[in-house]
Ligand binder design. Structure first.
Ligand code: ZN
Ligand code: ZN
Length: 289
């Protein structure tokens, strides 16, 4: 299985690779710069070569950059949309330079203007990303749209919206994919309690998005209840999804085959190894491996 955690780059991008290795992970996700800031110090040549060197020496199969939550690709506000597109372009350029596999982003909020307004903005944003010179060689990471927990006017909390956003990206000429976050999905009203629930979810994703476009799983338990629209991650098995839910989810071949990134809380040094161990155990316990 391919599994990793969201890793801090506080000590340098290459040190995040070291952390993934210490955790015996073959995947990792990170924010390449401060996710709470609009400012971006460009990558230095040294940072890029240290990162690539560390990655080459590791068993890393998948590296993922997550864009900052500041970005609102659905915003009807011209100034915020403009800032968002500019920042997203910098994230995309960094992802190309570092040679990561996926660039995960949320779709933001349409502030009550509705889905069509959001889709128009997303299509426009993706068109502008493809104008970047780094996009010319087609050798760029796959952009993944992540489902959100919902609440307010966020776009992309339901699977249908994700499918429509991916179609909008297609119209712009960008073949994007889907990152399903279990905490967000559960908080947005998709139950994960039984095999039947998980099967229904897989069927829904296949109908609205296409399972081929589902490329990554964010595996998180949820502090919030089903349909609570609360985005608060919990340790695997300790939240409202619970071990039973994760056994059902990871028992489904449609999900088990995908790379997994954990974004569970990090209160102590032991939290990541503990959560990883639990997930590995659940997968090993499955009757057909
Ligand atoms: Zn996310
Ligand atoms: Zn997530």
């Amino acid at each position: 299985m391919i599994i990793g955690v969201h890793t801090s780059v506080a000590l340098g991008l290459h040190m995040a690779v070291e952390r993934a290795r210490d955790l015996k992970c073959n995947a990792m996700q990170f924010f390449w710069r401060n996710p709470r800031s609009w400012a971006r110090v460009p990558l230095s040549k040294e940072e890029v070569s240290l990162f690539k060197g560390a990655r080459k020496a590791s068993a890393l199969e998948i590296a993922v950059i997550h864009t900052p939550y500041l970005i609102n690709l659905s915003s009807p506000d011209d100034a915020l949309f403009e800032k968002s597109v500019e920042l997203f372009k910098k994230e995309f350029e960094a992802a190309v330079l570092l040679g990561v596999d996926f660039l995960v982003t949320h779709l933001g909020s349409h502030h009550g203007k509705g889905a069509d307004s959001a889709l128009e903005r997303i299509e426009c944003a993706m068109r502008r990303v493809l104008e970047l010179s780094v996009a010319r060689g087609k050798n760029y990471p796959v952009v993944l749209f992540e489902n959100s927990a919902g609440g307010g006017n966020t776009f992309g909390s339901n699977i249908d919206e994700i499918g429509r956003a991916l179609d909008a990206a297609d119209r712009a000429g960008l073949s994007a994919g889907f990152c399903f976050d279990t905490c967000h999905g559960f908080a947005a009203g998709y139950p994960l309690e039984s095999r039947a629930d998980v099967k229904a979810l897989a069927t829904l994703i296949d109908n609205k998005v296409g399972l081929k476009r589902l490329r990554l799983i964010h595996l998180n338990d949820s502090k919030g209840a089903l349909d609570s629209r609360v985005d608060r991650h919990e340790h695997i098995g300790k939240g409202k999804i619970g071990l039973k839910g994760f056994r059902a989810f990871l028992g489904m071949k449609e999900f088990k085959r995908l790379p997994i990134i954990l974004e569970t809380p990090k209160e102590t040094e032991m939290d990541d190894p503990k959560n990883i161990k639990i997930v590995k155990r659940i997968v090993e316990e499955q009757p057909n491996g």
